[in-house]
Design a protein around this ligand. Sequence first.
Ligand SMILES: *Cc1c(COP(=O)(O)O)cnc(C)c1O
Length: 382
Amino acid sequence: MNETLLMIPGPTRVAPRVLKAMSENIVNHRSAVFGEIITETTEMMSEVFQTENQSYILTGSGTAAMEAALASILNNGDKVLNIIGGKFGQRFMQITEVHGGIPIELEVEWGYGVDPEDVKYILEEEDKIKAVTIVHNETSTGVTNPIDEVGKIVKDHDTLYVVDTVSSLGGDDVFVDGYNIDICVTGSQKCLAAPPGMAAITLSDDAWKIVDETPSSTYYLDMKKYHKSGSGTPPETPYTPSVSLMYAMREALNVVMEEGLESRVKRHELAALATRNGVKAMGLELFAQPEVSSNTVTAIKMPEGITDPQLRGTMRDKYRIELAGGQDHLKGNVFRIGHMGNITEQEIITTIAALEMTLKGLGLDICLGEGIAAVEEAYLIN
Ligand SMILES: *Cc1c(COP(=O)(O)O)cnc(C)c1O
């Protein structure tokens, strides 16, 4: 069987040693043996988050951690500033509503990053904003928001800073403590290159203060329960976790640690640069503004006269490369190349070469080799 190359923004290809870790037999999830696995995994998780605070692993996809964050801090009627520049920014707003919060929406044009001054303005105008939500890397548009700059502003206000780093952690700089982040969430299946099904969350002392005084609006994702179970001897999770996925998570984080965070971010940066240069050299246009382009996913405007099923269908059927489509109003108008997780130059070279052949085959005026030359140059020069 020919394996399909996953060039999508998650789930990403999992290393064989991570898959192998999952084949270990199940142990008692309330035992010293498993407690040790939880400890190792959460300690590495905190290192990746670059925080002194405790991290928690939840069974569920990234959205579970987004929901755990808001459901554990919101009372009915609490105001939340939701920064929305794409699909995942909208998700935080919808979760805010589900848990009784009142969204104050800061709409950012898709393809652009948020202007920190706009955040400052709202925080000064509106009182009693319980939390600010932001998506670091807006996967739907290929935009990376300036979470460091926004963090400096939020710090001066009595509000919690809640950041979604699901598609950036492990592929871009995320300094949870350094950026004044109060609650940071991520998922297993993106840059961390573990299988889908786990999420991680970390909370600051300020966040815990609010969590402790707020009746949770969720039973399963109540962070108070995670805190209590996680602080025991041995540390546990409140309910049965996916034991096999915890093995995988630990091994995937071992891989991250071995590579080193800085090298890993550099590798992603280079993959993004090579991808952007490659598609631009082919004559295609990028969707995101250049100054906010993502390290982990590139959104590209669909070339005139080519449809999404033609482009992605050919890439999939003929070249066995899976790309992502556009979401919501971008459906059919953009396609996305994910370059996160264990991606190396091998996959980028293959993808750009196949894209040239695909577009040429579909009748586009493509000069074969120009895209791939730009990729080669990016890798040789940097
Ligand atoms: C993938 C993703 C999520 C979570 O999606 P799940 O399918 O629940 O894992 C959240 N935010 C961003 C930015 C993402 O890319």
